[in-house]
Design a protein around this ligand. Structure first.
Ligand SMILES: *[C@@H]1O[C@H](CO)[C@@H](O)[C@H](O)[C@H]1NC(C)=O
Ligand SMILES: *[C@@H]1O[C@H](CO)[C@@H](O)[C@H](O)[C@H]1NC(C)=O
Ligand SMILES: *[C@@H]1O[C@H](CO)[C@@H](O)[C@H](O)[C@H]1NC(C)=O
Ligand SMILES: *[C@@H]1O[C@H](CO)[C@@H](O)[C@H](O)[C@H]1NC(C)=O
Ligand SMILES: *[C@@H]1O[C@H](CO)[C@@H](O)[C@H](O)[C@H]1NC(C)=O
Ligand SMILES: *[C@@H]1O[C@H](CO)[C@@H](O)[C@H](O)[C@H]1NC(C)=O
Length: 495
């Protein structure tokens, strides 16, 4: 317990010396004794196949609707209703307003009720608002389906203007005073939005907190796989399986052999070879990206890797067999069991653009403005994915789902507008994880050279994607605990 008391002590000391009235000690104590059963928050990341659905927790938060402008760049375009949740449990008049958005999925109650973000807002006597991003959840302009022409108002600039509009004209019923300070918060793509809000609207946004924000838009994101390989002690085994067993079959053109391979994984329903190759690369990416250390569960990375060192024989064929068994177990554990589940999860042709869902709009966004195509790293000696996963695979998905979309995402324009790796960011606190494959596109990347104030970037040792947003627990690593104190201390300076 000692560690937690020390942490609380540090925070209470810092807080008492500043003008913000906070009850950090009691709230942070509360969070350290929180039950381990809390659902994990903040893991609504950009996965290679799109955002996973958040787990709903029962809560008492009512839903509100904001009357939002459809097109911020023309007059009289009409309005649509944008959903939001509010946690004002610990709010005191004059406290900061934390504006959060999940970005790539609909809003859920986890972040506003039981996460590090809600604790953070509470410890500043702040209000936390979780506002849905346009075209996610139920916050749609009036359109019937997600066909290409209907997506024209799904742009980063429109989304940023939504948040700006909300801050400029906050809902009356929240009694927010004109001089309230606003802090924009987000993880993953929404972390980008947080940094860009502060950049574009410095008069509206006092500070930003960005977790695992891939601020550099990139077409050929081969570093994603390189980082997965680095995080897995058995990457060589998996690489051998792809290089010497799976890929020669996939490239052979022998339909019988290819079908046999698909059957070995229980994925024979995936007709497209690239969809199949992507599906069998998914589990390791998923496990590394969502990696958490907890005494309650076996270490997920060791669970993947131990079997490769427990056998007598050492060969690509043995590795290929072990890996296929591992993928099948993964699919079973994650409930992707029936052929319909597998098609829905992995087949491009099953992504639904006729109904409103969170996967299609996210795909549209990366096809249109962000890229992030998680390709096979051609220049790496080891890789955990098939060499047939290339730029054309992703671009083919874009063209299939959204006919008429630009022939390549407008990466250059996005980076020029917001600065990418070389962006200038003021009063923005960044947290990244050193095993998160997305870290390659964040301010913590070796390629990044952002202009930022001193001590505004924290890299969590053993941290993965948006690890810091989860509700704090006593079993959190020291580095993760330090990250949260760092965020708190940094924001104290600015608020
Ligand atoms: C939203 O605002 C517009 C323009 O101010 C107004 O005409 C419309 O009635 C409002 N809609 C709702 C549901 O409040
Ligand atoms: C608001 O957040 C605080 C801190 O996490 C939490 O204790 C409280 O229960 C939340 N309020 C609601 C209504 O969920
Ligand atoms: C705003 O003020 C009204 C009237 O005083 C009150 O009933 C309401 O609870 C307040 N709303 C919030 C979010 O504090
Ligand atoms: C195709 O693969 C099957 C199964 O591995 C094998 O029996 C057959 O000989 C192969 N055909 C050719 C033309 O290589
Ligand atoms: C996995 O790789 C390790 C290290 O290269 C090797 O010792 C082991 O035999 C490999 N396992 C298999 C099943 O090939
Ligand atoms: C999934 O796992 C359960 C429990 O271990 C097992 O009984 C079942 O046979 C597995 N199903 C498949 C399709 O592998």
């Amino acid at each position: 317990m000692m560690k937690y008391f020390v942490l609380i002590f540090i925070i209470a000391t810092i807080v008492s010396g500043c003008s913000v009235k906070v009850n950090a000690a009691s709230i942070l104590f509360n969070l350290h004794t929180r039950s381990m059963q809390s659902p994990q928050a903040g893991t609504s990341p950009i996965t290679e196949d799109g955002p996973p659905q958040p787990t709903e927790v029962p809560s008492s938060l009512p839903l509100f609707y904001y009357n939002q402008t459809i097109d911020h760049f023309s007059k009289n375009s009409g309005n649509f209703l944008q959903r939001y949740y509010v946690n004002s449990t610990f709010y005191k008049e004059g406290g900061p307003i934390f504006l959060h958005t999940p970005g790539e999925s609909g809003i859920n109650q986890i972040i506003p009720t039981s996460s590090f973000v809600s604790n953070l807002a509470a410890s500043f006597n702040g209000m936390l608002i979780s506002l849905e991003h346009r075209f996610y959840g139920e916050s749609y302009p009036p359109i019937n389906d997600l066909s290409t022409p209907n997506m024209k108002f799904l742009t980063i600039d429109q989304a940023l203007s939504d948040f700006a509009n909300f801050i400029k004209y906050p809902p009356k019923e929240l009694n927010i005073t004109k001089d309230s300070k606003w802090v924009m918060v987000g993880g993953s793509y929404a972390g980008n939005l947080a940094t860009w809000m502060r950049k574009k609207f410095p008069n509206l946004v006092s500070a930003a907190y960005a977790s695992s924000a891939p601020i550099e838009a990139k077409l050929d994101f081969f570093e994603f796989d390189q980082r997965i390989a680095k995080a897995l002690p058995c990457a060589q085994n998996i690489s051998d399986a792809f290089r010497f067993v799976y890929d020669p079959i996939l490239l052979s053109g022998n339909e019988t052999a290819i079908l046999g391979l698909k059957q070995q994984f229980g994925l024979e329903m995936l007709e497209d070879n690239k969809d199949f190759a992507s599906a069998i690369s998914h589990p390791t990416a998923n496990i590394v990206q969502n990696y958490v250390q907890s005494p309650d569960i076996p270490d997920p990375i060791l669970s993947v890797c131990t079997p490769f060192s427990q056998v007598q024989s050492s060969s690509p064929e043995t590795s290929a067999f072990i890996y296929a068994e591992g993928v099948k177990a993964f699919l079973n554990i994650t409930g992707i069991i029936t052929p319909e589940d597998k098609l829905a999860k992995f087949a491009t042709t099953s992504i639904n653009t006729k109904e409103k869902n969170d996967l299609a709009p996210y795909t549209y966004q990366y096809c249109n403005e962000l890229g992030y195509y998680q390709t096979f790293p051609k220049s790496s000696p080891i890789s955990t994915r098939s060499q047939i996963i290339d730029i054309d695979y992703y671009q083919g998905q874009c063209d299939f789902l959204f006919p008429g979309i630009p022939s390549s995402p407008t990466i250059k324009k996005t980076n020029k507008k917001f600065g990418g790796f070389n962006g200038k960011f003021s009063k923005t606190v960044f947290v990244n994880g050193d095993i998160d494959p997305w870290t390659a596109l964040t301010v913590s990347s070796e390629s990044a050279n952002p202009k930022v104030e001193k001590d505004t970037i924290f890299l969590i040792k053993g941290g993965s994607h948006v690890t810091d947003f989860a509700p704090p627990s006593p079993s959190d690593s020291e580095s993760l605990q330090e990250a949260r104190v760092f965020v708190f201390n940094t924001l104290v300076k600015w608020l």
